[in-house]
Design a protein around this ligand. Structure first.
Ligand SMILES: [Zn+2]
Length: 276
């Protein structure tokens, strides 16, 4: 009977666990909420945004079609260098025909829209609801007609539902209704203030998780490498190869820069005023 002493360092093991956790869970994936076939119904309360009081929503530009996830565009979002946009613009300058110009569509960014919300399912933590342009427009229109919608005491929740496709259609749709019943963000005012104060600046979080220039260049190189491997046609230009790939081009949306109006010093006062 011998006792073995492995000299395990519990601190090191614990550190390892927290490292694994941090790598696997991005802050974005914890904060972004989608209504789709995997999460068909939500009751959401729009939240004021201390980082952008006059326009609480975010527009974020992603390059789809290159990887099986959206790559944040450094150029559209932050005015920084983007290898995908640079590549596209270089080809665009030399494009002769409409066909060639059309083939560049998959390399334009697509915009996704986000609103700070409280999900009535968990009712504790501010999240960001990711929307398409159509749904975003609908939400804005509701707010224009009824600005009190977002009020922490006199406001209303939104009932959001994913309706699966019918009659051979490919995509389902999202229906947004305003709950007829007025409701408080929370019964407890302090609680409501905490929820609002916990709304993070989405762009700050996304920027931390955005791939750097080398990584994006790498994605682009991989994309064309896979393309070459699967394509045996002779002398096809990169652009023509692209057409053959039948990449599902997301609708190209004109993107705009937004100015962010933040005055951190007045946040507490602003939040208090919301309840006045
Ligand atoms: Zn870009």
């Amino acid at each position: 009977m011998g006792s073995m002493d492995f000299d395990l360092d519990l601190n090191a093991l614990n550190e390892e666990i927290s490292k694994l956790r941090n790598n696997n869970r991005s802050e974005k994936s914890e904060l972004v909420l989608k209504v789709n076939k995997n999460n068909m119904k939500e009751k959401l309360r729009l939240l004021p945004n201390q980082h952008k009081p006059s326009m609480p929503f975010y527009q974020v530009a992603y390059h789809y079609n290159i990887k099986n996830f959206g790559i944040m565009c450094p150029k559209e979002n932050f005015g920084e260098e983007c290898p995908i946009c640079d590549f596209r613009e270089k080809l665009r300058a030399g494009a002769q025909t409409d066909e060639e110009r059309k083939a560049l569509k998959p390399f334009f960014p697509t915009i996704r829209y986000y609103a700070p919300v409280l999900s009535r399912t968990d009712n504790t933590k501010a999240k960001f609801w990711e929307m398409s342009k159509t749904v975003y427009e609908e939400v804005i229109n509701k707010l224009i007609k009824f600005p009190e919608l977002i009020h922490p005491i006199k406001g209303h929740d939104l009932l959001v539902e994913y309706v699966p496709p019918t009659g051979g259609k490919k995509w389902g749709k999202i229906e947004v209704e305003t709950d007829m019943k007025e409701s408080k963000l929370s019964e407890d005012i302090e609680d409501a203030k905490t929820i609002i104060k916990d709304v993070k600046d989405l762009m700050e979080i996304l920027k931390k998780e955005m791939p750097n220039t080398e990584q994006i260049q790498g994605y682009l190189d991989e994309f064309f490498k896979e393309d070459e491997d699967n394509d045996n046609s002779e002398g096809a230009s990169e652009v023509k190869t692209e057409v053959k790939k039948e990449v599902k081009a997301e609708k190209v949306v004109e993107t705009k820069k937004e100015t962010v109006d933040t005055d951190e010093s007045n946040i507490d006062e602003e939040i208090d005023n919301l309840f006045g």
